[in-house]
Each structure stands twice: as C-alpha cells, then as structure tokens.
Write a protein that binds this ligand. Structure first.
Ligand code: AMP
Ligand code: GLY
Length: 426
C-alpha cells in the first residue's frame, strides 16, 4: 500500500512513524517531508500547497491513502481536488476547513450554534475598530481572521495596545490578506487545553488531551509561536467537577453543535477537528478551531497512540469510525521543541545537528524532526522549529526529565528551547 503524508514538520514525522509501523507495511511518501521522514520512506519534492502537483503525484504513484498535516492545503481545497480525482484522502473539505481558515466565519457559526466563546466583534475598517476599542477598558485579544501560521493573535492587557495591533493588521497589512478582517474579543481567563477529535461526519472520537506551550520563552513570556512544547494527558482544574462531566460538556456544548450547525449548512466535516479551549470558571470556551492535528500536540499524542492510524483514517473516510477502538500507552508524554535561535523572528539555518542517536538510545525517547534536512551526509537545521524531543515516562515528572535529558544530548548552534515545558502539570 502506498501512503502519502502531506507536510514537513514534527507533526508529519510523528504521523509518518505511526504509518510506517502499520501492520500493512505501507510505502510511506512525504511531501515535502524532512530528514526524519526520509528515513521512513521517500520524500517528495513537491510543496504541501501545490495541490495540482500532489494530485498528479498521487495518481502516478498509485497512492491509496493521503493524510494531510497542515491547514493551508486543506483551506485551499486539497481534499476536494483529491476526491474529484478519485483519490482517497483524510481531512476536511475546503468548506469545512473554513472553520480554521476564517475566524470571522467560525465566530458566526459559534454564535448561531450558541457555543461558549469570548464575546467578539469583527472589523474590516480601522475607524470602526478604534471607536469600539475606545469604549473598552478591559483586556482585549486581536486576531487576524485568516491563516497566519499561529502568529496572528495578539493578547493585549491594555486596550490601547489592542488598537496598535488592529492598526498593524488593518492599516500596515502585517498579515497581508489574512489580516484584512480582524476579530476583537474579550480576554478569557483560565487554563488552556487542546482537544482533538476525529469525526467521520457522524461518529466523534475525542482523543487524549494535551497542552501546548505557545509562547517563545519560559513562564509564557515572549511572542506566540507555533508551539514550543506539549504534554499529554492534561487535566485542567475542574473546580470539583469530574473529568467525565468536562468531556460531556465539550462533546454536547461544543463538538456536536459545531458539526450539527455545519450540517445544517450542508457541510459534512470529516477528519480531525481540534479545539483550542480555555477552561474558565464557567466551563470550557472555544478560543479557536483547527481543521487538522496540532503541532507539537501530535508529537505527544502519537508517542502514546497504539492504534494503527491507517485504520483510523480509512474508517473515517468510509464513515465507519464507530467500529474503531483507539488505544494509547497509558504513560504520559512530554515534547520539548528545540528551535533555531531567534524563532519566531529571523533565524539562521544550515547549522549541523548532533546527538540525536545518543538521545534516542533511551527507549522512552523519540526525536521527531521538523526543520531538518540533509546536506550530503550531514544533518542540518532548515527551519524555525527544528526538533520535537519527546519522552514517555511513568508520570509527567519522569517524562519531563527524560525529555530534558535527551535535549541535553542534542546540539546545534543557537539552539533555543523552553526549560519549563510541563512544569505547570507538576
Ligand atoms: P488562537 O490562535 O486563537 O488559539 O490564539 C492563540 C493563543 O492566543 C491562544 O492559544 C491563547 O493563548 C491566546 N488567546 C486567543 N484568544 C484568547 C482569548 N479570548 N482570551 C485569552 N487568550 C486568548
Ligand atoms: N500547537 C498549536 C497548533 O498547532 O495550532
């Protein structure tokens, strides 16, 4: 069986490892992949956004299943294009992916479905945003409505800063087209949790919980990044309520109404739906929807996932997800991202990387590649997030120690990582 994975980050390396270990022994192709995925199969020199090129490749190579990692090709309609070409692909259609690609649409849908989320306004004109912000004296969050690689959100404790952020997006075009419309919403207080669910349009499977660390620096300081580390599972402070009650609320107040409302708009959602939630005193509220797996959350989820993801993806495409049982390693996992110095701002690449084999000498450690490539026989950095150093352990403390011991064995010039991943769980 030939399987194509689209994307080239740590998330895709984690998916590729699971697929590579499938009992069906598939041939794994990754477009464009990284130095990690190259060890599991063949990297394909086609960009994740080149939908026509990917369709052509999948036909030529008799690809029987395609799994999409990143949001951009989903938002651009890769699932529609593959399906029209008679190819099997795991992920939501362009219309369904709008839940992530257009935050103004997502907010509208949440209002229609009465889904708990921060009160918000959408603006395309800066004078309207200015008038509105003049009436606010509490903290505000300003978001580019379109896709901005996880960097289009500014949390402003002072509404004056919110106006500056709004001006940068609407006037200076900081995020290009993605910032032509902005959302201004109240800042919610609580603990953040990442909830991933898989749905075939009717059945919904909520996966194990995880928590991401989005800020670049320790103690949640510095700019937002794509994610500097993650751990799984994560149980928020539920103020005396049970975990079961929490998941029932997530399913009944958020997931099912989302899918029902989409269906009322003639949109069937298939694939991964990822909820970024704030667990507030009043219960879970939606910060954002994503139409794909999180990165680096996937690294900790897939380090624990025991079920063959090929089976899950096939069942999802065929609408028989209710037949699947999903099993995990009960041990927690912690992933520490090693990034290039300067990320998420400017950074240098082509730095030689050493120590991965030494780090993986510990059976509980797996080093997922993200921004890596081979220069001849030398492994070098090629992106902002370079590696997702992931460890399993009997408890979070042990897994955290395992991950940081492994990080200590790996070297590249300018390597930057947070030293407090999973600390809040201890
Ligand atoms: P998003 O891309 O919408 O998830 O936003 C990125 C990050 O900004 C989130 O992970 C939160 O840390 C923060 N954030 C977004 N919206 C809010 C909000 N309404 N209140 C507080 N923090 C938020
Ligand atoms: N880790 C956050 C995301 O993938 O959106």
């Amino acid at each position: 069986m030939n399987i194509l994975i689209i994307g080239g980050g740590g998330r895709e390396h984690a998916i590729a490892r699971n697929v590579y270990n499938s009992p069906n022994h598939p041939n794994v192709f990754c477009a464009p992949g990284n130095a990690g995925t190259a060890t599991l199969g063949a990297n394909v020199d086609t960009k994740a956004n080149d939908i026509a090129g990917l369709v052509e490749f999948a036909k030529r190579k008799d690809i029987e299943l395609t799994i999409v990692g990143p949001e951009q090709p989903l938002a651009d309609g890769i699932v529609d294009a593959f399906t029209e070409a008679g190819l099997r692909i795991f992920g939501p259609t362009r219309k369904a992916a709008r839940l992530e690609a257009d935050k103004a649409y997502a907010k509208q849908l949440m209002t229609e479905a009465r889904i708990p989320t921060a009160t918000s306004r959408t603006f395309t004109r800066v004078d309207h945003a200015r008038e509105y912000l003049a009436t606010r004296d509490e903290a505000q969050v300003v978001k580019a409505a379109g896709l901005a690689a996880g960097k289009g959100v500014v949390v402003c404790d002072d509404p004056a800063d919110a106006l500056l952020a709004a001006e940068r997006m609407l006037v200076d075009g900081e995020f290009g087209d993605a910032g032509r419309a902005i959302i201004v919403e109240e800042k919610l207080l609580g603990q953040e949790i990442s909830i991933h669910a898989i749905t075939d349009g009717s059945a919904v499977h909520i996966l194990e919980s995880s928590q991401d660390h989005k800020r670049a620096l320790d103690n949640d300081q510095g700019p937002n990044t794509g994610g500097m580390g993650a751990y799984s599972p994560f149980t928020p402070n539920l103020r005396g309520k049970s975990v079961a009650d929490f998941y029932t609320r997530v399913e009944n107040e958020i997931l099912l109404p989302t899918l029902d409302t989409l269906r009322r708009h003639d949109i069937e959602y298939k694939g991964v739906i990822y909820l970024g939630l704030m667990v507030t005193a009043g219960g879970p509220q939606v910060l954002e929807y994503n139409c794909r797996f999180g990165d680096p959350e996937t690294q900790v989820l897939f380090a624990r996932l025991k079920t063959d993801f090929v089976d899950i993806a096939e069942a999802c495409i065929d609408g028989r997800l209710d037949e699947i049982t999903i099993e995990y390693d009960p041990r927690p996992a912690v992933c520490v991202v090693m990034a290039s110095g300067g990320y998420p701002g400017a950074f240098e690449i082509n730095k030689p990387i050493s120590g991965i084999a030494e780090a993986e000498a510990d059976d509980n450690v797996v080093v997922y590649h993200a921004g890596t490539t081979m220069h001849g026989d030398r492994l070098v950095t090629s992106g902002g997030r370079v590696l997702g150093v992931t460890a399993l352990g009997t408890d979070i403390a042990t897994a955290t120690r395992g991950a940081y011991d492994a990080v200590g064995r790996i070297n590249f010039d300018g390597a930057h990582f947070r030293t407090d991943i999973a600390r809040s769980a201890l």
